[in-house]
Design a binder for this molecule. Structure first.
Ligand code: COA
Length: 227
């Protein structure tokens, strides 16, 4: 999906209505691991503060049992909006929605990978066969579309990847992942939408998984510094 990514601060973003999803592309430098964790928490607080109209520094982030972060109240209970983050090569994509459950994955398109072997290991048999039949460039692109769709699905549900990726099966139609099989506990395919995005910096591919009634996606580049 090709989109405009206007530069924006959280305060300038349009209201996040029901069914609307906001995606924020944040170019934040590649700090060392410890500082990166601190940076990502500050980034989430900065973005979410705009949606709840509160001082970002006062926002509390909780974690589900398998690590999925959520916005918490003082008693540790989840509060709106739902969000998810993917961090890749010094860039982050954060997806936010009030009414949908969201998951996101970003990957570099120029990374070296043995896409046929990985597909054989982690994907459903039909997907691996389809990828194996493509030439290197097309197979790698297809692999990344499927990988990001599966990872985004696992991140929306919060299961984590281990033992779950192959439970999500897709066909790719005109470059768009179409869900054809999924875990029982994830409801029905009609509940889900998958959007493949091209971030505004070169060399990245992202997929967003959405559970709920989707109306519209708005994409922004974060214009302000995070400290
Ligand atoms: C997190 C995970 C889903 C993807 O990791 P990745 O591809 O390396 O990284 P991404 O940048 O796309 O996503 C990382 C971010 O996703 C979010 N995240 C972490 N766990 C998550 C989960 N279970 N579901 C959804 N999102 C999650 C966090 O914001 C995390 O950033 P952080 O490392 O600063 O906390 C993967 O590492 C995983 O499967 N974790 C689960 C571990 C698990 O099952 N633990 C059980 C412990 S009992």
């Amino acid at each position: 999906m090709s989109m405009d990514w206007p530069a924006m601060t959280p305060e300038q973003a349009p209201p996040l209505g029901n069914g609307v999803v906001h995606a924020w592309w944040c170019a934040g430098g590649a700090e060392a691991v410890v500082q990166r964790r601190r940076y990502l928490d500050a980034l989430l607080q900065r973005l979410l503060g705009g949606y709840v109209d509160e001082d970002p520094a006062t926002l509390v982030l909780g974690r589900e049992p398998r690590g999925r972060p959520f916005l918490s109240d003082a008693n540790g209970k989840r509060r709106s909006p739902d969000f998810n983050l993917s961090d890749c090569a010094g860039h982050s994509l954060v997806v936010v929605s009030r009414t949908l459950r969201v998951g996101v994955d970003v990957e570099r398109t120029n990374r070296r990978l043995r896409h046929r072997e990985l597909a054989q290991r982690y994907f459903a048999p039909d997907e691996a066969v389809a990828i194996n039949a493509l030439d290197d460039a097309a197979g790698k692109l297809q692999f990344l579309r499927l990988w990001t769709a599966k990872e985004a699905a696992c991140k929306a549900t919060g299961t984590g990847l281990g033992g779950h990726m192959h439970r999500w099966a897709f066909a790719i139609n005109d470059g768009i992942p179409t869900l054809i099989d999924m875990p029982d506990e994830a409801g029905s395919a009609d509940d889900w939408r998958f959007l493949t995005l091209t971030p505004p910096d070169d060399g990245f591919l992202a997929t967003i998984a959405l559970r709920g009634n989707f109306e519209r996606l708005c994409c922004f580049r974060l214009a302000s510094e995070v400290s």
